[in-house]
Design a protein around this ligand. Structure first.
Ligand SMILES: [Zn+2]
Length: 356
């Protein structure tokens, strides 16, 4: 890779070096002409003079130009957090390939960490606890197999549910309906919904027996109901204006004030990957935006940017799962399931509430 010559980019790189900004680690390295050594931006060694510094996009480029890695900051190795994240990703692979559920202790031992540290780190990298992640994966496996027409007990067994009765309890909770209903296409599942108007336009709030399962935004009630039908093709949709009016009021007040508190039960259904992305989205504070790339990095899958965008687009819970806080790398707005203008409007509302 070539040395980069962009003046403004180099100025901001130099600023990162001067402030030892560890967020810049991995973004570039800097080399010192007088010593022949290159460092990561956060290196704690004494700073060289600006005029003796060259920037490289990665350690490989610096090495090619004849520089040696600093022994103190080891710029050619992964940063310590990245090394830890690698271990968590390794743990995910172990879970994915294990036919049986694994205990926290067993998993921690496989990646040579204490159960306590492993649990904490897993949660911070993946956004779900190891247990929740295993459950999400099993549910996904179960869904896939039931969809392929496997018998209920066979599918349960293959998905790692051990005994029959345990399965029926856990699978019901995971699928939001009984496994038999799921196999039959979820025909008997009832979803109640309310349509109304709020500051953001028309809204639709729907709930299953488990909790709020859809919050949609749009321009007409007809379009919203059509969207709900597409999302839950087999469910029995029931228009219900006063069945859960209290909950609907809470949702609407949250739509208009996304920095407020939201604690209604949610019925979040998606693949393990989607759930992981949605969890990461819920961790973005109101008034802030994050790029698709950053979300991919936060869930430990830096190469999965397009899949992250796909998961954002598949979100059914507007604002509560704040996919509107995800933007392009350069900060400009990308698409939004419920319209780019509405996305902008939401970000404006949040920016305003932040200043209050
Ligand atoms: Zn160094």
């Amino acid at each position: 890779m070539k040395k980069t010559n962009d003046i403004t980019a180099d100025d901001s790189r130099w600023l990162a070096v001067e402030t030892r900004d560890s967020r810049a680690d991995g973004e570039f390295v800097f080399a010192v002409k007088t010593t022949g050594i290159f460092c990561r931006p956060s290196c704690t060694a004494r700073h060289p003079l600006r005029k003796n510094v060259l920037f490289f996009a990665d350690p490989h480029g610096a090495k090619e130009a004849g520089f040696r890695p600093c022994k103190r900051c080891q710029p050619d190795k992964l940063a310590p957090e990245q090394q830890r994240a690698e271990r968590i990703i390794q743990a995910c692979r172990i879970i994915e390939s294990s036919p049986d559920p694994l205990t926290l202790e067993a998993l921690a031992a496989r990646v040579a960490m204490s159960p306590f540290h492993f649990h904490r780190l897993f949660k911070s990298v993946i956004g779900l606890t190891p247990n929740a992640w295993q459950k999400a994966l099993r549910t996904q496996k179960l869904r896939d197999q039931l969809a392929q027409g496997e018998s209920v007990t066979r599918a349960a067994y293959d998905a790692g549910y051990q005994s029959g009765s345990q399965f029926y309890h856990q699978a019901d909770a995971a699928l939001g309906m009984t496994a038999r209903q799921y196999r039959q296409g979820g025909e008997r599942v009832a979803i109640r919904f309310v349509v109304g108007a709020c500051q953001l336009g028309e809204f639709l709030v729907a709930q299953s027996e488990r909790g709020i399962c859809a919050i949609l935004l749009g321009n007409t009630a007809e379009a919203l109901i059509a969207e709900l039908e597409t999302l839950f093709p087999k469910a029995k949709l029931i228009s219900d204006d006063d069945g859960f009016a209290g909950r609907v009021a809470q949702v609407v007040s949250f739509l208009e004030r996304p920095s407020g508190h939201f604690d209604l039960p949610l019925d979040i259904q998606g693949t393990a990957f989607q759930q992981q992305v949605w969890q990461a989205l819920r961790a973005i504070p109101p008034g802030e935006t994050v790029s698709y790339q950053k979300i991919a990095e936060r869930i430990g899958k830096p190469g999965a940017v397009r899949a992250v965008a796909g998961a954002c687009a598949a979100n059914r819970l507007a604002v509560v799962i704040p996919c509107h806080r995800v933007v392009r790398n350069d900060g400009t707005l990308s698409g939004y399931r419920w319209g780019v203008e509405r996305k902008q409007q939401l970000l404006n509302i949040e920016a305003g509430q932040r200043k209050e």
